[in-house]
Design a protein around this ligand. Structure first.
Ligand SMILES: [Fe+2]
Length: 279
């Protein structure tokens, strides 16, 4: 299975340096460079689909992902989770993630994050795809994993590799002392990861690529940077990850970053690949 990992789309924000067309072409090219014939594609959308959570912003995302699916031309499923920017603070709890729910329904997926703790599982290509809403508590300042719901969702399922998709990073940043936005129960999640037979954790939120191994069996925990650059954050590359996931292991992980100079030279292929070393 190939996994396209996208995060922090913030799609309602106008983009100055990157078109949607460039994204479709680069993602499709990246997939085709490592996928074998007939290999299926999971598109993991690791939260922050929009900027302020309102439902009218969801239409950008829906159109973007629908076109991406068309362009990939492969057996393709989506794993979509909300992020802190997807909390609609103008709504009651029952409607707080309605734009995300609308997007997943349009994509033919069956998650419904509004009014629930929000952990869903489906099987695809022999892998359990687990999507978990770490913003379900409605506070945009920090993440929290609904561990009881995670346990309930996985209970009784036959053994198979499990990919966990969520928004917030697991542990607070070591480079930003002001970072208090990681999962408040990240340690507990890591302690449960092996009993829950999770083989890979994917997240966003940090607007930077990261890859570490955790737990006794060295489960990869991989973050992707933002697909689109936010105006208020200078020197942040637009980026996405493409992973090859085989037999419950990440066989290959590549980050594609938008490099301005490369764009000027090549006039087309602006995303430059770099192997993501998983420490
Ligand atoms: Fe975020």
């Amino acid at each position: 299975m190939i996994i396209v990992q996208l995060a922090d789309l913030h799609l309602a924000i106008p983009q100055a340096n990157l078109t949607e067309e460039q994204c479709f072409a680069s993602i499709t090219e990246a997939v085709e460079s490592i996928a074998s014939a007939g290999e299926e594609v999971l598109v993991a959308i690791c939260g922050d689909l929009v900027s302020k959570g309102q439902i009218d912003q969801g239409h950008f995302v829906e159109a973007f992902l629908d076109t991406l699916r068309e362009r990939l031309q492969r057996d393709c499923r989506f794993g979509v989770v909300p992020g802190n920017h997807d909390i609609d603070t103008t709504r009651s709890t029952s409607g707080q993630f309605e734009h995300v729910d609308h997007v997943t329904q349009c994509l033919g997926e069956y998650t419904r994050y509004s009014g629930a703790e929000g952990v869903f599982v489906y099987s695809f290509g022999g892998v359990d795809i687990v999507t978990m809403n770490t913003a379900y508590h409605g506070d945009h300042t920090y993440g929290k994993a609904p561990l009881d719901s995670l346990e309930g969702a996985l209970q009784g399922r036959p053994a198979s590799p499990r990919v966990l998709i969520m928004h917030h990073h697991v542990l607070r940043s070591t480079t930003n002392r002001n970072d208090c936005s990681a999962l408040e129960n990240g340690y507990e999640l890591l302690m449960k990861a092996e009993p829950f037979q999770i083989s890979l954790v994917l997240h966003g939120h940090q607007h930077a690529a990261s890859a570490v191994r955790a737990t006794r069996h060295a489960i990869p925990v991989i973050g992707s940077g933002s697909l689109f650059t936010l105006g208020e954050l200078p020197n942040v590359n637009s980026q996405f990850n493409v992973l090859q996931f085989r037999d419950g292991e990440v066989a290959q992980a590549v980050t594609y970053r938008l490099i301005g100079d490369a764009d000027a030279r090549a006039d087309r292929q602006a995303f430059v690949p770099r192997e993501l070393h998983i420490w």
